[in-house]
Design a protein around this ligand. Structure first.
Ligand code: ADP
Length: 450
């Protein structure tokens, strides 16, 4: 038993003994005892009332009563507790203030949303760029304030692995890249980043490449023309320089391919998502590609094509031809003599797939994620030797982006590679047997064996 409780027990014992003694003196011991217990109980009640009054008036700085005994101890402890709480509150308030200042110092607009996308809090940058005002917008659904259909669909879709770019509500020239990070239970942090400068620099880079390529095309055509005339001339001079002239013609042809690839790439980049797509007879397109491949391979490879002849695709025929031929030509270029090359075109419930599989040199795993970067080559020397530009797979990627497709690559060095163009099922157009093709102009291809 602690000191105050021991003293309180003695006090109670004293009161009981005193009141019993007084009762005996007047010949009423029971009444004396009852009176003593009543007085003791009354004293406690009085102290409870004191405590209550003090706690009520505590905010207005009311003096703490000191009734002594166990109650004095209780008052002291409560006061110590209050002091501790006050200190904690101050610390918390200082922390909150520091947090508020630091979040306001973040240059990126940041908004806290609840599970139903209602706004709970935002920083200064969000107030400025997203046009939020306090307290009017607290509790509002963010989609009531930012009404771009893409943004509303993206937020409702709940797939936040990729950021979304939208114009800033206050200034459409500012491009914001929006990310949403779910945290805690049903809380989301929406962070926007001003990417206008990055987009501007990208646009300048695209324009520059497109302009340079455009400017190079005319002089290159002139040079090629003169070279051809010189080669055809069959006079003393051209006979003497034949080897050099052929070399020059080859190099200028390479440069022309590079320029046209660059132009195609910048066109694909600038045009974004294409909307004017029509059904493309992919089987017919692949049949033509097969013939080109056989001409390129000149019998050095076993080439086969398996195509679902009713499977057409909503898209741009020229772009698809360019993407498919880039993959197929690569298979010929990077497969040694005697190797197998298999083209296939099929569909399942999820989508349609164009696959090029070869038994060629293969690619080491670390290179695979970088293959679709412009000018990225595993072996620069080899790529140059076969007349590659290093732009083929970048073109494939952009064509697929424009068709809402994806490029899957799997490869093993020394064993071969598989490149798959996967298109969403929504792009599939099924042709009934015997119906005339509406695009591509080719006949349905037979399944070709090696
Ligand atoms: P390139 O014009 O050099 O072929 P691409 O963009 O078409 O450029 O391909 C990039 C690189 O990917 C190539 O340089 C090559 O190293 C590698 N590559 C592409 N296809 C294959 C393949 N079927 N087998 C092995 N390597 C390949």
């Amino acid at each position: 038993m602690t000191g105050p409780w021991r003293r309180e027990t003695w006090r109670l014992a004293g009161v009981l003994a005193g009141s019993l003694f007084a009762g005996i003196l007047v010949g009423q011991p029971v009444w004396g005892l009852l009176l003593g217990v009543g007085a003791y109980f009354g004293w406690h009640l009085w102290n409870v009332a004191l405590l209550d009054a003090w706690l009520r008036g505590e905010r207005s700085g009311r003096q703490m009563p000191d009734p002594g005994g166990i109650w004095g101890e209780v008052f002291l402890r409560i006061r110590a507790l209050q002091k501790r709480n006050r200190k904690r509150k101050k610390k918390l308030t200082r922390m909150l203030e520091r947090f508020r200042l630091s979040t306001n110092a973040i240059p990126d607009p940041t908004v806290v949303l609840d599970g139903a996308n209602r706004i709970e809090w935002w920083n200064q940058a969000a107030a400025e760029l997203l046009d939020l005002s306090h307290p009017h917008d607290v509790g509002q659904k963010i989609t009531n304030l930012i009404r771009y259909p893409d943004f509303v669909a993206w937020l409702d879709g709940e797939h936040f692995d990729q950021p979304l770019e939208i114009p800033a509500p206050v200034d459409s020239r500012v491009t914001l890249s929006i990310r949403v990070v779910p945290y805690a239970k049903n809380q989301r942090l929406l962070v926007a980043q001003d990417v206008s400068r990055i987009r501007l620099v990208e646009q300048m880079r695209r324009d520059f490449i497109a302009n340079v390529s455009h400017e190079l095309r005319t002089p290159l055509t002139v040079i090629q023309g003169y070279l051809e005339s010189l080669i055809d001339a069959d006079d003393e001079c051209s006979r003497r320089w034949r080897r050099e002239l052929h070399n020059m013609e080859q190099q200028s042809a390479r440069m022309a391919t590079l320029v046209s690839d660059l132009l195609l790439l910048s066109r694909l980049e600038t045009e974004g998502q294409a909307t004017d797509h029509s059904p493309v007879d992919v089987p017919a397109l692949l049949q033509m590609l097969l013939e080109d491949l056989q001409a390129l391979s000149q019998g050095r490879h076993h080439i086969s094509l398996e195509a679902d002849r009713d499977l057409w695709l909503l898209g741009d025929r020229e772009e698809l031809r360019s993407a498919f031929s880039n993959l197929a030509y690569n298979a010929v270029h990077y497969t040694p003599e005697g190797g197998q090359i298999r083209l296939s075109w099929h569909a399942d419930a999820e989508g349609a797939y164009f696959e090029v599989e070869d038994t060629g040199i293969g690619i080491d795993a670390p290179h695979i994620p970088r293959l679709t970067e412009r000018f990225y080559r595993v072996d620069v020397g080899r790529s140059r030797e076969i007349g590659g530009t290093g732009l083929g797979l970048a073109i494939v990627k952009h064509v697929l982006v424009r068709h809402r497709g994806e490029l899957w690559i799997s490869s093993e060095p020394g064993k071969g590679s598989r490149f798959t163009c996967a298109f969403p099922a929504s792009r599939i157009v099924r042709q009934e047997e015997g119906r005339e093709p509406v695009d591509g102009g080719g006949q349905p291809p037979p399944v070709t064996e090696p």
